[in-house]
Design a protein around this ligand. Structure first.
Ligand code: HEC
Length: 171
């Protein structure tokens, strides 16, 4: 049954479809085909050259676009995506203080190779683009205030004690 169906389809094919493109009869016909082939090749080469130029232009535009980005963003990309995906940083929000702590933690704790001079631009960029607001910001600045105040308090207590010790020694 299947064989019969196959035979039927084949029988419907015309003489042209049977002719192999490799068999060309007359020399003029051969010449014509050779010229056509040559034209098509030239057109393909032209198209390829055009695409290559297009690709080079867009690569150059992309390179320019990358160079025109803010310094902090480029430094962030260069230094901070070596150990973790950029999304790790993208989802986090901190105040300038919090970002400073994070970047210093990356440097000292995880050994991130971020040059001293690059820290400030990175922190400024992070604080500008991923800022903490409201309660989170209050918490971070509050922590700094508490730390400063307690250091101040420790200093005052220490001074008072010292003075008492001296006064005691003089008496
Ligand atoms: C040497 C590897 C390394 C480099 C480079 C690095 N990190 Fe990290 N980072 C880590 C590791 C490990 C963790 C997960 C453990 C942790 O949170 O301490 C992490 C976690 C984080 C987190 C999520 C935790 C948090 O505190 O919010 C942030 C944000 C972050 N990194 C920011 C940065 C930034 C910004 C830079 C570039 C200045 C950077 N990282 C470069 C290793 C690195």
């Amino acid at each position: 049954m299947a064989l019969a169906a196959g035979a039927a389809t084949r029988a419907e094919m015309s003489g042209d479809e049977y002719r192999s493109p490799g068999i060309v009869t007359s020399p003029s016909e051969r010449q014509r085909l050779a010229e056509q082939l040559e034209r098509e090749r030239a057109q393909a080469a032209e198209r390829e050259a055009w695409h290559a130029a297009e690709r080079a232009a867009s690569a150059e535009a992309e390179r320019r676009r990358m160079l025109e980005r803010p310094l902090g963003e480029r430094l962030l990309e260069a230094h901070c995506s070596r150990c973790h995906r950029p999304e790790v940083v993208a989802g986090v929000r901190h105040t300038a203080l919090g970002w400073r702590v994070v970047v210093e933690r990356m440097r000292w704790w995880h050994g991130a190779a971020v040059p001293r001079a690059d820290v400030a631009p990175i922190v400024a960029h992070l604080a500008a683009t991923r800022p903490a607001t409201g309660a989170a910001a209050a918490l971070e600045w509050g922590a700094l205030a508490v730390a400063t105040l307690s250091m101040l308090a420790v200093g005052i207590v220490y001074r008072v004690r010292l003075r008492r010790t001296f006064e005691g020694a003089r008496r």
